[in-house]
Design a protein around this ligand. Structure first.
Ligand SMILES: [Zn+2]
Length: 435
């Protein structure tokens, strides 16, 4: 591989406090040098980025790849192709596959399959309990040895006693528990956020309290046990406040939200739009504003997609019957860039939420442009506008409330170890080499 020299790149790396126009050299799959003026190897190929963003490869901490078991919705191949097209170089995949990723064998299968077909790096998240049944803890040690990076029964909340034991057990491995915080006794049967709109539509609601009492319970148990806790898909103002206070008290808790929770509200459900049905549900304008404030002040560490592909069979049906969740890998960058454009957060904060923090929380490579690190890189055109169409999606599913909408900002080049995994414009393709 010839060395690649990016020039006129807006180089952003929150860990080094970098946000400047400069050059970055990739040699042998490694970031070899970064600076305003660099000595350039003679055989290097120069790519003028004309001010576009060059950032550490984005990492999505919360993705459902559906393989094994539900390959009609998504596969490791299509899901990671969608990730690469969205600017991601790594994804962590949730355990609720069929069978559930609750044993070393399944974790190894996912990693083996990823080695064969994945575009991006794949980090399996294993289940906390056998079969996600909430009764018996899985073998954390075996699963970590097999390559699992964290534990979660995402989709199915743990009971309080099991959450306590999971945090205690995880602590002995310094492992991370990711909580889907939901009090089922308050949410059961709910179809959308509980409020004026749920009453008007005649749909059973899910109160914000169903999430908040569970978040409070989980941070309290993290405090009790000293275990590392990560709260998935924070959707309410109250949850943000509870996490803010827990962090102030020194509890080891981190949190994520998803772009839909700061981009749209429960109003998207009007018309019984199943593409706006998810769990936790889309909330109110006050919640949306509080989520943005949580990202701005660092209460929320991570923007994750909760990419949840479903086939048309599960989505083009009555609202009551429709599956929960939307795809997100190919819309996360433009939706998150809206926070920068509107002045709520800086470009550096965005990169922290989408790359540096996820890498630190999971304890995986990436998240930085430090010379010597693998050349996992995303190049983002923050201005380019496009319409999200069915044809443009790499995911096998298209359950997105943003379909048909005009979005601004997208990845134009994604590299792993210096190799292009997404390069629709042929920016870094070897066949463009002048000979
Ligand atoms: Zn969940």
């Amino acid at each position: 591989m010839r060395p690649l020299l990016f020039t006129n790149a807006r180089i952003i790396d929150p860990g080094q406090d970098w946000d400047f126009l400069g050059r970055l050299l990739v040699e042998n799959g490694i970031i070899a040098a970064v600076g305003q003026s660099l000595e350039v190897p003679e055989d290097a190929r120069t790519i003028d980025l004309k001010g576009k963003w060059l950032v550490p490869g984005l990492i999505d901490i919360h993705v459902h790849l559906r393989e094994p078991g539900e390959e009609y919705k998504e596969t490791i191949e299509t899901g990671t192709a969608a990730a690469a097209a969205g600017g991601f170089t790594a994804v962590a995949c949730m355990a609720n596959t069929r069978p559930v990723n609750d044993s070393a064998g399944i974790t190894k299968f996912i990693l083996e399959r990823a080695r064969e077909v994945a575009k991006t790096r794949v980090y399996p998240i294993a289940a906390v309990t056998v079969g996600q049944r909430g009764e018996q803890l899985t073998e954390f040690g075996d699963l970590l040895s097999a390559g699992a990076v964290a534990f979660s029964d995402d989709g199915l909340p743990l009971g309080a006693r099991m959450m306590r034991h999971a945090l205690e057990y995880a602590k002995s491995f310094d492992a991370l528990i990711i909580s889907h915080s939901e009090e089922l006794e308050l949410s059961e049967g709910g179809l959308m956020n509980e409020g004026r709109i749920s009453i008007e539509l005649g749909l059973k609601g899910i109160p914000a309290a169903a999430e908040e009492v569970a978040v409070f319970r989980d941070v309290t148990l993290a405090g009790l046990t000293g275990g590392r806790l990560h709260i998935a898909h924070v959707s309410t103002k109250g949850s943000v406040e509870i996490i803010r206070q827990a962090k102030a008290r020194g509890i080891k808790v981190t949190a994520e939200t998803a772009p839909h929770y700061f981009s749209i509200t429960e109003e998207a459900v009007i018309g019984y739009n199943t593409s706006a049905k998810m769990n936790p549900p889309l909330r109110t304008e006050a919640d949306r504003v509080a989520i943005i404030e949580g990202i701005r002040d660092g209460t929320i560490d991570v923007i994750a997609t909760d990419h949840a592909p479903h086939s048309t069979i599960e989505k083009e049906c009555e609202f009551q019957l429709a599956a929960n969740g939307i795809i997100g890998l190919e819309t996360s960058v433009p939706l998150s860039l809206n926070l920068v454009r509107s002045g709520h957060i800086s470009a550096s904060q965005l990169v922290r939420c989408m790359s540096s923090s996820p890498s630190q929380i999971l304890g995986v490579a990436g998240g930085s442009l430090t010379p010597g690190s693998p050349a996992d890189i995303s190049v983002i055109d923050s201005d380019q506008t496009f319409i999200l169409t069915l044809e443009s999606l790499h995911s096998m599913s298209h359950n997105s409330p943003f379909l048909g909408k005009e979005l601004q900002g997208r990845a134009i080049l994604t590299l792993i170890d210096g190799r292009p995994i997404y390069d629709p414009e042929g920016i870094a393709s070897p066949h463009q080499d002048p000979l």
